[in-house]
Design a protein. Sequence first.
Lengths: 247, 465
Amino acid sequence: MTVGLAIPCFIDAFFPEVGIASLELLERLGVDVAYPQGQTCCGQPMANNGCQGAAQGAEAHFVDLFAGFEAVVMPSGSCVHHLRSHFDAIPQTERVRHLRENTYELVEYLHDVLRVDDFPWAEFPHKIGLHNSCGTLRSLRHASMSELGETPFSKPLDLLSKVAGIEFVTPARPDECCGFGGTFSVAEDAVSGRMGLDKVRDHAAAGAEYIVSADTSCLMHQQGCARRAGVPLRFIHIAQILNGARA
Amino acid sequence: MSATTGHKPVDHAAAAAAFVADTPHLAFHDKRLWELRQKRDGQMHGIPEWQELRDLASAIKEHTLSRLPEYLEQFEAQAQANGVRVHWARDADEHNATVLRILREHNAKTLAKSKSMLTEECEMAPFLERHGITITETDLGERIQQLDGQPPSHIVVPAVHKLRADVARVFARTIGGDPDNSDPNALAEHARMTTRPLMLDADAGMTGANFLVAETGAVVVCTNEGNADLSANLPRVHIVSAGVEKLIPRQADLGVFIRLLSRSALGSPITQYTSHFRGPRDGAEMHIILVDNGRSKRLGQEDFWTSLKCIRCGACMNTCPVYRRSGGLSYGAVYSGPIGAIINPAYDPARYAALPFASTLNGSCTNVCPVRINIHDQLYKWRRLIAEGGFLPRKKVFGLRVMGVVLASPTLYRLATASARMAVRVLPRALLYSRLNAWGRDREVPVAPKESFAAWAARHRPAKK
């Protein structure tokens, strides 16, 4: 089986290292990965603003590229949340439904499908704070949600705990949204920026050297906030650590 | 979609930006409401059946709402049998006119009033004041807001956006006192000493209702200050203003909601007072005004009717990271926060078009809601209706259409993203961080990489055929 690798627009354009790590990691784990050229976006920015019409083109193009795969993996919780929960600007044909049902976020794919229990090549001798994006937390269910008082679990921490040398710190408000929110980040830039600042300060106060996430969009925002405010934190996608990045 | 009222659209982002700029207020507001969220979590952990309680509360409300006419008539009959006069109000105007009529029948000039969001919704206070009635808000937070000429910023803690120094200044300006003495005990005592006589002398009293029990005709009011009891019991006339969605079928159902309400709202097991009003005391009158004001219309909206389950606990506001950092007044509406953002557009989608967008869709509101309203899903659905109704700013629609075209075409997409990387690389800082760059007002843009992932992949993983 060949797995299609979908790389979201902002990773493609500004964080290629996240795409590279995702691809190499899947290959290391023996997955036959194909990266179809000509990718753009899943349609989420338009759809989240209520503009279904404007989302149609991107959604249709995404289907054209990926409907032929048995499974699709994306290193982005928010995009997979869009695929799974929304993605209805276009008619819900058999191939669209197939694609929506068989698209996985990378952590899910590693944890639930491949059930990887070892990353012998990975070592990350740093203190990290995990940031679960709201899409991964409350839609994809990567981890237990503090509002519900569930028995604690965390798929990303399960995976990261198999990395040598890694240390975890916990911020005071682990489930609080970082304020990215797609176009919210520019439409409500003051609130968004403040949320981002509070988020990075919370992690810094807990002693984190790195904030790690399955969502580069949140990291891009938090990194921007930290650099502006001079908060000395570094940011890395979970795929990079699991693929053996040392720093 | 309802007709618009011609009001200027609310600019939540601008109002929120002003709130964010005031760091001491912002920091206190965020911290105080987060404390409430944490206390709420603590209460939840103490009740193993918390999630079942939420299921039950949701089911009882959905059941009641689906048989609202029967339960309303049962309630009316029971209340009348208890000696209560029941009035029906189709909208805010009918509600306000009814209140005024009752007051005039008793030649009442002063009204002691406990907390009621519905009377805010009906804009009753300015109406009655125009007709010569003096209203005294008896809830401390509401009283502060009344004296300051502001609406409540939160449905449970109406003055939470104020620091105690603000309260001292409001009091000094309106009811006297030392503007520099912000000791909370002194302020509370001052409010008590100045408000209590107004309650004692009021010609009529008014309360809202947290619950209406159909089988008994009882009105249940939950407060922490006991002010509802004073408002209701001191004057000879007690007027209850209640939305039709406040009904529950049986007395036995009440326990489910009482267990959830204060725990969700303030993280306390129960409010200090849970008062049951079944009928007038000897020589007095009790009136209940059952108000629709858009509720039955919302009941018919498939995607939004469950918002009528709301028991006004404010948990969604306390947990909302956007609300905590923008303050309730920034919503420019009676109901603020996540619940406000799904209720207000039903009244006027043009005026409140910005509110469903004042959210990151993070979903925490849905998780804390004691009656399981899918608030963040409704926010998402409102966005569509607002876009389809043509209520989005034209500039935004244009931008999203262009974005849609670019993102549907690999060629345009490559051009656009390459230009963006180029811009980040070559533009002088002053230009890159111009006023046009909303992203750059609060944060740095990412460093531009040498090449895109697609370009890397084309070299390292050429397509297999």
